[in-house]
Design a protein around this ligand. Structure first.
Ligand code: ATP
Length: 354
């Protein structure tokens, strides 16, 4: 845990190992507001690691987090966090769980250090430990000299880092991060996703992170839960979401004899009866040949053809699905291939999957 690694003794509850246990469990959980059902009989189990909770705006993500923290009562059903009933153990849950809210909630005339020390003290840390843990945590999230300046002058990225730091400062077993990449540019988003990943890999803290961007969860999370209209659409390991496809990507060198090696290979494979995709919509489609693998023979045929033509084989690999593709119609798939984050489900309903 962060506190242990930083060599600071804290008074907060120490984490017991959570490997192999259910970190979050909900059973037929519903939340009805007068005009809207925010959660509709949601039953889902979440294990240790980094879990993405994805859904469009209004899907019920923030409502679920507030119920799990014991801050808002469910209308029906039940939920447990770290084995504690949210209806009766909210206080204990909040001692053990960190929370990064979605919206900007930072006082502008206070420095990051003052704010995070205050949050650490509120969590029960004595003054010296609170100061030490604050310094360590702010350094961990990448805030250095600027931590002494008033937060009103911070960029969105810096504010998100402070919000993350205050969620971690009391050495939680689990953190809930509500849309931590909101408002960040691509570089800031990548940095934040890297930080989130390290919360688990470096400190063993489990993470539930919400997002409306399917693609960014694919790179960050071990497991993904998708909700829509308060209902569970799918809960799977990221690996299951991104199973291999039958599409084979092949890249070859050019030679003096074949100045366009890709074209030469395509023509030769076509002549030998292989189904070749054009690779339309793919970055680098001009250099990468996509074809349908029909078992081991396809690999052998490609290898032999490349050798016959005297080309160099740069790579031959089976492509994997992107999570975003699971929720899209076939004719939209090309838009979310390599190097993109997939659809923003605020605009694009996630109702195709399952
Ligand atoms: N206190 C409230 N009173 C009435 N309706 C609410 C309340 N809180 C949330 N809702 C409604 O419940 C639904 C789910 O909202 P929620 O904030 O949980 O969604 P979300 O997935 O977190 O989306 P967003 O990213 O926009 O916050 C929405 O229709 C929202 O308007």
């Amino acid at each position: 845990m962060l506190g242990q690694l930083c060599g600071v003794t804290t008074a907060v509850v120490r984490a017991t190992t959570v490997e192999g246990v259910t970190v979050i469990a909900t059973e037929s959980l519903s939340k009805r507001f007068p005009r809207v059902t925010a959660l509709d009989r949601l039953s889902v189990d979440v294990g240790p690691g980094v879990t993405g909770l994805v859904g469009a705006n209004g899907a019920g993500k923030s409502t679920l987090i507030k119920i799990l923290l014991g801050l808002s009562p469910a209308t029906e059903g039940r939920a447990e966090v770290l084995g504690l009933d949210v209806a009766t153990k909210g206080g204990t849950i909040r001692e053990r769980v960190g929370y990064m809210p979605e919206h900007d909630c930072l006082p502008p005339d206070v420095s990051a250090t003052e704010f995070v020390v205050h949050m650490a003290r509120m969590s029960g840390l004595p003054p010296t430990a609170a100061r030490e843990r604050t310094a360590d945590t702010l350094r961990h999230v990448g805030l250095y000299e600027e931590r002494y300046r008033p937060m009103g002058g911070y960029s969105t990225g810096m504010k998100q880092r402070v919000k993350l730091a205050q969620a971690l400062v009391h050495d939680p077993q689990l953190v809930f991060l509500d849309e931590p990449t909101n408002g960040l540019d691509p570089v800031g988003r990548d940095e934040m996703l890297g930080l989130i990943r390290r919360i688990h890999t470096d400190f063993g803290i489990s993470v539930l992170v919400t997002s409306h961007l399917l693609g960014e969860l694919e790179r960050t999370c071990d497991h993904v839960v998708v909700i829509d209209g308060g209902k569970l659409l799918r809960s799977s390991s990221t690996r299951d979401f991104t199973q291999t496809t039958t599409t084979l990507a092949v890249e070859v060198t050019d030679t003096d004899e074949h100045p366009d090696g890709t074209r030469a290979l395509r023509d030769a494979l076509h002549a030998r009866g292989l189904e070749i995709h054009t690779g339309g919509g793919l970055p680098g489609a001009g250099h990468i040949l996509l074809l349908t693998a029909q078992g081991e023979e396809t690999y052998d045929l490609v290898r032999d053809t490349v050798a016959d033509l005297g080309l160099g084989l740069i790579r031959m690999e089976q492509r994997r699905h992107h999570i975003a593709e699971v929720f899209k119609d076939g004719d939209q798939q090309a838009a979310t291939q390599d190097g993109q984050d997939g659809p923003d489900v605020r605009k694009e309903a996630v109702g195709h999957g399952g």
